[in-house]
Design a protein around this ligand. Sequence first.
Ligand code: CP
Length: 312
Amino acid sequence: MRELRHLIEPEDFTLAELEEVVDYGLDMFENPAKYSDACKGKILASLFFEPSTRTKFSFDAAMLRLGGGLIGFADANTSSTKKGESLGDTIKVMGYYSDIVVMRHPKEGAPKLASKYSSVPIINGGDGGHQHPTQTLTDLITIKKFKGQIEGHTVAFCGDLKYGRTVHSLIRTLARFNTKKFILISPEELALPNALKRQLKENFDLEIKEVRYIEEVIEEIDVLYMTRIQKERFFNEEDYLRLKNSYILDNDKITLAKKDMIIMHPLPRVNEISPEVDDDDRAVYFEQSQLGVYVRMALICKLLEVGPYVRG
Ligand code: CP
C-alpha cells in the first residue's frame, strides 16, 4: 500500500527529497510533454480559505499539465464552511472526492490539523504567518536555475520578516542547505522572530547580519529576496501605514549590486520593487512564478507516486 505523505512544512522532506523535486521540476519545465499523462484519472482538490493568485492557479495549471482534473473553491464562503462545517469533516469528505488536497488557511496549523483527518496527501498552500512550503520549493528551483546550485550563496531577505511566511519557510530550508550567510533587512518592528533566529544560530554554522537599509549591504548579496509588508497580518491600520513604504527597490539602489545577483520576490508585490527594475536581467520574480508551476507538478507526482515517482 502507498505510504500517505503530506507536505505541511519543508522539514517533512529530507534535503535529498527537496532537491529531487526541484530537479524533476526543472526537467518538467524543459520537457513538459514527457509528463502530460502522469496524473490521468487523478483529481486535485484546492481549498483556499484565504485569497491567492499564484499558489491556487499554479497548482491548477500543474494538475492540468499532468493530465489530471480539478475540484475545489477559491472562496470558503461558497462552501459549507459558511454553514459551520468543521475543517475535519470537510477534509474527510474531500478524501472521497479527490486524490490530493492543497489548502491555504489563515490559521497557523490548520493544514497540520487537516492532515490528521485526511485519507489523501495534504499540501500546505500557506497557513497564516507560519509556513509556505510550496513557495519554498518555488524559491529553490529558481535559485538552482539562475545560480546553478542551491548551496553557498549570501542570501538577503528584505521587508516584512516578522509576518512573511515565505521567509520563515525559506530561511530554515536554506540553512539546511548549508547557506553560510544571511542578511536580514527590516525595520525593527518587522524583524525576523527571535525564536527563529535563535533556532538558526543554535542548529547551524552560519552568520546572520541585521541592517536597516538595503544600501548598507547591496554589494555583498548573491540572492536578494524582497517581500511585501503583510497588511492582512497587522493588528492596526496605523502601523501598516507607517511601515508600508519601508522599502522601494529601484534602479539606483541596485547600481552597486553584483552583476550576477538575482532579485526574487514571492509576489504579489505592492510597491516594494519599482516596475523599472523589471527590465533588469537580475530581476527573476516573474520567472520564479512560472517555475512554481513545474516544481508543483513534481511535488504532485511525488505525493501520488506517479510519473517519475512510479515505483519499479
Ligand atoms: N506567492 C504567493 O503565495 O502568491 P499568492 O498569494 O498569489 O498565492
